[in-house]
Design a protein around this ligand. Structure first.
Ligand code: G3P
Ligand code: MG
Length: 249
């Protein structure tokens, strides 16, 4: 066992090393079931995706706050309920072969994860003003949707209030604080949230940062690494998992 994994829980060390970003990275329309299926065919067994709430509270997968980049819709995602969202095309932007693929409900992803025993990292990606609501709703939904025998999804977020609400709702679900910068107090925040890990922008990683994460008993995942030499460097430094658009598994 690599020394970097000694502090991790047994559940954490069962995770595959490579995590497909948004389903299958750049190889399929992000955050759709088609992407997860494609990623699975490529050999991935661990996946990251972005979860937010439809106007009627339905958790579903979408990265942006607006619809136009990755769907046939227009304008703020906040205005659309699930019935509206479910009729959009979330595949055609990625290529004609993906046309007709709808956005994915969290419930549909859970069914796929349960069927295949997948490891899922749900990034809580709240719409503006919905951090707490998103955290508590998604955590509650995970409790309902994930089978006991399926690996528990890791909940991550850049937003402290989203993770805090998730922790209050379903404290048993593993959590990780996402960081694009090492802001003052970041480690204390991760500890206050009862996190099992942190997910850092890979540009933040150096030996001292990794040592500090380890000293606090946390797993260290990194995003989004798409160059093989950089991944080699990060593995050598001792990161635990890499989220990628293009590398592995
Ligand atoms: O969860 C890691 C990564 O997905 C965070 O950034 O913008 O790709 O969701 P973003
Ligand atoms: Mg993400």
């Amino acid at each position: 066992m690599p020394s970097s994994e000694r502090l991790l829980s047994p559940a954490a060390v069962t995770w595959p090393r490579w995590i497909a970003h948004r389903g299958a990275g750049r190889r399929a329309p992000e955050n759709t079931l088609a992407a997860f299926r494609h990623g699975w065919q490529l050999g991935y067994r661990a996946f990251e995706c972005d979860v937010k709430l439809a106007a009627d509270g339905e958790p579903y997968l979408l990265h942006d706050d607006t619809l136009e980049r990755t769907t046939s819709g227009q304008g703020p995602a906040a205005a659309a309920d699930w019935a509206t969202l479910s009729r959009l095309d979330a595949g055609a932007w990625c290529g004609p072969g993906w046309a007709g693929e709808p956005p994915a409900r969290l419930a549909a992803l859970a069914a796929f994860a349960n069927a295949e025993g997948l490891h899922i990292n749900l990034e809580l990606k709240p719409l503006p003003g919905q951090a707490e609501l998103t955290g508590l709703t998604v955590a509650g939904a995970v409790r309902q949707l994930w089978n006991t025998g399926t690996p528990a999804p890791w909940l991550s977020s850049f937003q402290f209030p989203a993770l805090a609400a998730a922790a209050a709702t379903a404290p048993e679900l593993p959590r990780a604080l996402l960081l694009d910068a090492l802001t003052p107090g970041w480690m204390a925040q991760a500890q206050a949230l009862g996190c099992q890990g942190v997910v850092l922008n890979h540009r933040l990683i150096d030996a001292d940062t990794l040592r500090s994460v380890r000293a606090h008993g946390l797993a260290c995942w990194v995003y989004t690494v798409n160059e093989a030499p950089r991944a080699d460097t990060l593995w050598a430094l001792g990161v635990d998992r890499i989220i990628t658009d293009t590398l592995g598994p």
